[in-house]
Design a protein around this ligand. Sequence first.
Ligand code: 5GP
Length: 176
Amino acid sequence: MANHSLEVLISAEQIKDKVRELAKEISKDYKARTPLLIGVLKGAVVFLSDLIREIEIPLEVDFIAVSSYGADTASSGIVRIQKDLDQSIKGKDILIVEDIVDTGLTLNYLFENLGSRQPNSIKVVTLLDKPDRRKVKFEADYCGFKIPDRFVIGYGLDFNEKYRNLNDVCILNEQP
Ligand code: 5GP
């Protein structure tokens, strides 16, 4: 990794405040319901674990894994389910928890796929959004931060499976 440098884009403190804010909004919107939060593996794990502890209503958790970019930092455009949910979502209020919306292909696919399983409702919460990179129209219902078109790591987001344990969201700069 010697040919990469890190630049903090969003600090741990800023993330903490935003997670609280999102959790407050979600707790209010889902009052008197028990939403099923679906974490998209692996990137959303850190965000989901912080988010659920700030939500003040009863909730359930499940996980789904979809194909990611692998070792590349560019979108392959291919979306495939690698690990499906453990349960039926029929009649449930689904909140998909994602780390970042980039081209929108992943969430567009998940929205359609999960939507076909007859849930009562589906919404999406994402920590980060890179609106400049959209290939399909997609807007998350709850969004933490809109960020520029840069490759970011930390707080669950990886580069070649590394850096997920950083507390800040950082830009990964490649050195010439
Ligand atoms: P989309 O299908 O919207 O293009 O991509 C969503 C997925 O791409 C995210 O869940 C994440 O795994 C990956 N991704 C997109 N942008 C970035 C980025 O800047 N950094 C990292 N580490 N992953 C990203």
